[in-house]
Write a new protein. Structure first.
Ligand code: ZN
Ligand code: ZN
Lengths: 316, 292
């Protein structure tokens, strides 16, 4: 059973009723409740469709953070073959909040990287809830060097609350590590497709998202600061996170309008977490399309186009 | 502490500030509490004579202190769209901007100028902490791009004096996009074979530190400046521990390998001249003639 978000309460109730009715009719063949089940089922679909068509920015934030939303490991398992994870920054350590390696995507050799939040308590701790320390960004630089050297396209999947704010992270140069990762991404002579799959949290997201193409899942968010963080600074109370989410313009739909994202990947009815396979199929197609558009473009030109893409953002 | 310094002086200064000369005003050092004649404090570039505390200074003072004889020419900065998101928190962003503009007489949190440093044509960009905490939005980003273009056109080093809490939240994602945009800008300077020198001043945090502030060929920090990614309060809330003394201060960054040197404000011009002169050797016509 999936985890329901607070605004999905009526849907959860309907699904509960449907389950109960099915159980009832299953136990007693003299009772035919299938008409009633169908009726409730279509009502549930309608409610779900309506709820998800009109998600507020704050509701989208909750969907983007949904614990069952497909994560990096699901993306790799579903869309890539021959995944060969590579570890370590060759300087201090291995950061499991940012995973990456060589793999095949539709048969083509690529470099794939992304944030991993984990799926249960032990793995969330292991992956530090998707919040990298400097070692993660330095590993990213190392992997991008490798991709550049061997002409492999770089595919990134962003899903992070942000870079980890801790003593050790600061001590080892969190800022420098993020800056260098962004810089390396912008210098690549290979195609870079970045997709915000869940949460694109601040600088920690930018470090992996300076791509030629930036795609977003329909209910993903990308923001300079979390709505809660923004609310506690500007409204002086995190209770205003809803208002902050709206004011910050963090949805995929807003970001396409602002020229920050290039395309939106549709999610199945009720969000990617309800039908992860279908969501990941759509993701695979969108990434392949973006990659195909860059076929045959020489290295210098790719770099130039990427620079121009970012310089054009927000200009009059 | 007495009623004279606590009560009379501030009231007096209010009256006097309205007129012209601030010469007989006092400055109370934020670090040690020492009272210093404002005139002396300004002459000392706002460094406390008693404890050495470096107080914040704005672009005008920086240009005057860093360019030869203080001579410089402002670089015109691009106009950007005001309030691109129609942002409103407890106040409208447009009202916050109006206030900041009225107070500073400036349009946004950065100024760019060109002039000579040790005889070498140079471009300096200075963030103004007094304008909405120096925060980085479209205007700051565009100014840095402009500064980079100017440096490249003049074959001049680009010097970036940072001072900012981070990105300007009221511009949302567009402020975040200044991280890659400014990274492109400084990379163009590097690609042109020109030095990009960062002078980190108090405070430099957030998205500013995690982009152009940490990408310099040489990093010079003023003593005691707060420099980091996450703000100290955010870290304390996350780890629920007290932070060590001197954490995220310039000297701590020097010790941890993030800056090349910590330089007293009075020595900054000298350090900058030396670094520029050494790095710009190949651009010196005399050297090229001698080599041929
Ligand atoms: Zn002072
Ligand atoms: Zn003092």
């Amino acid at each position: 059973m999936i985890t329901f978000l607070d605004f999905e309460k009526p849907i959860a109730e309907l699904e509960g009723k449907i389950r109960d009715l099915r159980k009832l009719s299953g136990g007693d063949s003299s009772m035919d409740l299938s008409d009633e089940v169908d009726r409730l089922q279509s009502k549930r679909d309608r409610l779900l469709g309506e709820a998800y068509a009109g998600l507020s920015p704050w509701q989208k934030t909750q969907v983007a953070r949904h614990p069952e939303r497909p994560h990096f490991s699901d993306i790799v398992a579903h869309l890539f073959t021959d995944f060969t994870p590579l570890a370590g920054d060759r300087s201090f350590g291995e950061d499991q909040a940012l995973m990456g390696g060589l793999a095949r995507f539709n048969g083509r050799s690529v470099l794939v990287m992304g944030n991993e939040k984990g799926t249960d308590t032990p793995s969330r701790i292991k992956h530090n809830f998707g919040m990298s320390r400097p070692e993660g960004y330095r590993k990213a630089v190392r992997l991008m060097d490798l991709a550049d050297r061997f002409g492999l396209p770089v595919l990134t999947f962003v899903d992070t609350p942000g870079a980890y704010p801790g003593i050790g992270a600061e001590e080892r140069g969190q800022s420098e590590a993020i800056a260098k990762s962004t810089e390396r991404c912008l210098r690549l002579g290979v195609p870079v497709v970045a997709t915000i799959v869940g949460e694109g949290g601040s600088g920690g997201a930018v470090a992996l998202a300076a791509g030629n193409r930036v795609l977003m899942f329909e209910h993903a968010i990308y923001s300079v600061i979390s709505p809660e963080g923004c609310a506690s600074i500007l409204w002086r109370t995190s209770d205003k996170a809803k208002d902050a989410a709206t004011a910050l313009k963090i949805t995929a739909q807003d970001l396409v309008k602002l020229g920050v994202a290039d395309g939106i990947i549709p999610e199945p009815l009720g969000g990617a977490h309800r039908e992860p396979k279908r969501a990941l199929d759509a993701l695979g197609e969108a990434v392949q399309d973006a990659l195909s558009e860059m076929d045959g473009i020489p290295a210098d030109r790719l770099r130039q186009l990427r620079r121009e893409r970012f310089l054009a953002i927000g200009r009059l | 502490m007495n009623w004279l310094t606590d009560y009379v002086k501030p009231r007096l200064s209010k009256v006097i500030r309205k007129r012209e000369s601030p010469d007989n005003l006092w400055h109370k050092c934020k670090a040690c509490g020492q009272m210093i004649f404002h005139r002396d404090f300004v002459a000392a570039q706002k460094v406390c004579a008693n404890c050495g505390h470096h107080d914040r200074v704005g672009p005008k003072e920086r240009f005057e202190a860093l360019f030869d004889e203080g001579i410089h020419q402002k670089v015109d900065l691009p106009t950007v769209k005001d309030d691109p998101l129609k942002f409103r928190d407890t106040k409208r962003y447009t009202d916050r901007m109006k206030d900041a503009r009225n107070k500073s007489g400036d349009t946004d949190a950065i100024q760019v100028a060109k002039g000579k440093i040790g005889g070498v044509e140079s471009v300096i960009a200075v963030q103004n902490f007094f304008f909405m905490g120096g925060s980085m939005g479209m205007a700051v980003g565009e100014a840095i791009v402009r500064a980079a273009e100017e440096a490249i056109a003049l074959k001049a080093p680009l010097i970036m004096v940072t001072a900012a809490g981070g990105a300007r939240m009221q511009e949302g994602i567009l402020s975040l996009m200044q991280m890659p945009r400014t990274t492109v800008a400084v990379d163009m300077v590097k690609e042109a074979g020109l030095p990009y020198i960062v002078i980190l001043t108090d405070p430099t945090t957030g998205g500013v530190t995690a982009s152009y502030a940490m990408l310099g060929d040489v990093h010079i920090a003023e003593p005691g400046a707060l420099i980091g990614f996450a703000g100290p309060r955010v870290i304390e809330q996350t780890i629920r521990e007290k932070l060590p003394d001197g954490f995220q201060r310039s000297e701590y960054l020097l010790e941890h390998g993030m800056v090349d040197m910590v330089v007293h404000r009075h020595e900054l011009r000298g350090a900058l001249r030396r670094v520029i002169s050494l790095l710009m050797e190949k651009h010196r016509p005399v050297f090229h003639q001698a080599a041929q």
